[in-house]
Ligand binder design. Sequence first.
Ligand SMILES: [Zn+2]
Length: 478
Amino acid sequence: MKKSSWMGFMFLVMVMFLFPQIGHAAGGGTGIYLDGKALELSKNAQVQNMSGNVMIPIRVVVEELGFNVDWDTKTRTVTIQQSDTELKLVVNQSTATVNGNKVSLPVAPKLMTDTVIVPIRFVSEQMGLSVGWENTSKTVYLTSPDSGSGTGNGSDNGSGNNNGGSDGSGSDSNVNDTANLANVSGISFNNNQLMIAVDKNVKPNIFKMSEPNRLVVDLPYTQFASVFSSNQSLDSTMNGFFDVTDYPDVSKVRYALFNNNPSTIRVVIDLNNAKNYTLINNNDGLIIVDLNADSNDNSGNGNKLVVIDAGHGGSDSGASSVTKKKEKDFNLAVALKVEKLLGNEPNIEIVMTRDSDTYPTLQERAKLANSINADIFISIHANAGSATASGVETYYTKSDSLALANVMHKYLVQSSGLSDRKVRTKSLHVTRETTMPAVLLECGYLSNSKDDAVLFTEDFQNSVAEGIAKGIKEYLGM
Ligand SMILES: [Zn+2]
């Protein structure tokens, strides 16, 4: 999903803020990954939580992206100039400006010693940047729009986004004439539909974001009706939300006056899993974003698509065991057994990234899973390390994969009989670049003579394959 250039620009800005001072690796548990690369954080520049907003120090990110910025110590203003766009942010002020137009922030940037921190949620939604937050490890995963990952889908059913001629640039005084704005008098979620009541025609602009999954609905040329706050929560900064408990796909609906020029309300549907939507806008006073269309995923036959990825293959042997056996052969043997075990399941379709000794690239494996809109992605590997390391690990990257990781790991420990080296988070290509819940299983250590002795036995492989099949079925609710 490509955002317009100012969006990209905004991203850099947010990402900006940190000034002089080169940081050194932090000992702490929090971390930031940008496009899969771990960034070094200084002691003063840690990820933190401020009244429910995860704040990140972004100088490190800026440096990584190679951006420049001006910092005025006296006014504590950051100015970023890029071609004909100028952006200014001020510490402790909850509005930023883009070419003089105000944009509101959920929380003002804060100066922490030598570091400015900004709310991560704002970064993601404003900049079209994918952000993942893994709470256990307190890790932020950032994916820049240009990195070719993310959801890879900017599907926008709500055609054009501009309402009439003006694009809200600068001096046109009619743009914000409140008499011309549509009033939003209510926002609700019922029947698996977001409903927005308006008193004039509005052309919504809708887009999907991942990590976490959500749908963003922008309503240009709108304002909150004066009655809105008497019926629904709306704080003094024009932000509000309500929790959604009756529909499994949705956890919360948030809304805010997101831009002042043109006045734009943004509504965000926080999703529990990626969803498609249909926009129903008949200019009858009700804008509906319908999530029902997607209830029969994929091919419409209700089947779940499971991608089984046998790691390595062909020219890439993977790790080599104590007794010189190859990881790629172990991975393929187990993957084929899983395929066979689930082959007769009526509601599961297995797609293999390879079923022989070939080497699809990591990019091809992720692309395959994304292109068929698979439900889950399971990569099978065996590990190597020190001679004493032994046992099984389950890796995931995105927060929406944690539930799958927990289920798969439970069965991996059980079925392997090896020691439990826990569920772990790591930025691995196939678990990062896939758009569905994805895990990578390390089924034992080839570098350990005890593990190696069992890994290539028929019994062990059958047992682990059965464990993987059980985990898949449990996760899919079958
Ligand atoms: Zn491997």
